[in-house]
Design a protein around this ligand. Structure first.
Ligand SMILES: [Zn+2]
Length: 215
């Protein structure tokens, strides 16, 4: 089973990816992990990628594709794989299609987890963390006992920059502009399974399974 997970940042893709790796015994492919592995092993591709990153530049798509290819031709991908967070743009999707065609391993389904922006902003901007012990809290899902204080160590909780409403909105804008067009791209190939991402993790999981025809 070869899958791509699409959805806005904060739509809960990671949790579903975890479920799917177990269900189909396939690894989750994230470009971040591939980059880190190549860089820590100091491979030729890793050195090239690092040169761009050190200059604060984006790693070009052609190199990203080479890195992805090096990963999905490994043994543990023989049953398939899940792409999470890649492709991010139409040019990346086109390059991925070309590569998978060469390898004769087309994508089976693209799972599109749909959550309204307002809900994502609510979910993410509700998070706080303890700067001392790292415990995390949420104004709805995991409320601390004494407002604003860590249950474990009493430290004052903070909100990470990544979780501020303005930051979340900016990331959503980038998603809508660059990544959302992929839904239409894959719909034209008849591969998209639209999943309502509103609800509990279990509810969304059951919808994903149903869409994939898993009992
Ligand atoms: Zn703490």
């Amino acid at each position: 089973m070869r899958l791509i997970l699409l959805g806005a940042p904060g739509a809960g893709k990671g949790t579903q990816a975890e479920m799917l790796t177990k269900l189909y015994d396939i690894p989750c492919i994230s470009t971040g992990n591939i980059f880190r592995e190549h860089i820590s092993n100091n491979t030729e591709l890793g050195q090239k990628a690092k040169a761009y990153m050190d200059e604060g530049k984006l790693v070009p798509d052609s190199l990203v594709i080479e890195l992805v290819k090096s990963r999905i031709t490994q043994d543990d991908c023989k049953n398939g794989m899940i792409f999470d967070g890649f492709p991010r743009t139409i040019p990346q999707a086109e390059a991925l299609d070309v590569m998978l065609k060469e390898l004769s391993i087309p994508i089976d389904f693209v799972i599109n987890v749909d959550v309204p922006d307002e809900l994502i902003v609510d979910r993410m901007s509700g998070r706080t963390v303890c700067p001392s012990c790292g415990a995390s809290y949420h104004k709805v899902n995991k409320v601390e006992t004494v407002a604003g204080k860590c249950d474990l160590c009493g430290e004052t909780l903070i909100q990470r920059d990544d979780d501020r409403a303005e930051t979340v909105k900016k990331r959503l804008d980038v998603y809508h502009e660059q990544t959302e067009p992929l839904i239409a791209y894959y719909k034209a190939q008849g591969k998209v399974l639209d999943i309502d991402g509103v609800g509990t993790v279990e509810e969304v999981r059951d919808r994903v399974k149903k869409a994939l025809g898993v009992k």
